[in-house]
Write a protein that binds this ligand. Structure first.
Ligand code: CO
Length: 134
């Protein structure tokens, strides 16, 4: 059911510094910083030949990554995003198998303008999983 790895998201305490690290030290192509107020994060996308890295910084007071950064002050891998062809079919199949879909279970429009859902890390090997309809 899942397809390509769309991105790996890394939460970071200093987004400017992380962007410079990927651009200058690792020599990667990086996007400008984009505020995503509806998601409580600021993002930088690092373009790799076979996938993307999403650098996530805190935006605002109720950022969903604030707690993660408290537990991981140096930053860390926050989630993996897999592509699916039909996000509602994927959700229904996962629920039927007992997996927990976060929130109200209705897809939201993610950072790339496409519908996304998140799955409970305890059901997926301790990893927060994002599904994106490609
Ligand atoms: Co993501």
């Amino acid at each position: 059911m899942i397809g390509r790895l769309n991105h790996v998201a890394i939460a970071v305490p200093d987004l400017e510094a992380a962007r410079a690290l990927y651009r200058d030290t690792l020599g990667a192509r990086v996007s400008p910083i984009v505020d995503q107020p509806e998601h409580g994060v600021r993002t930088v996308f690092v373009d790799l030949p076979n996938t993307k890295i999403e650098l996530l910084g805190v935006l605002g007071e109720n950022s969903p990554i604030a707690g993660f950064l408290e537990r991981n002050p140096a930053g860390g891998i926050h989630h993996l995003c897999y592509e699916v062809e039909d996000i509602l079919a994927a959700r229904d199949r996962l629920r039927a198998q007992g997996a927990r879909v976060l929130g109200d279970g209705e897809p939201k429009i993610g950072a790339h303008g496409k519908p996304v859902l998140f799955l409970h890390p305890k059901d997926f090997c301790g990893t927060l999983v994002e599904l994106e309809q490609a």
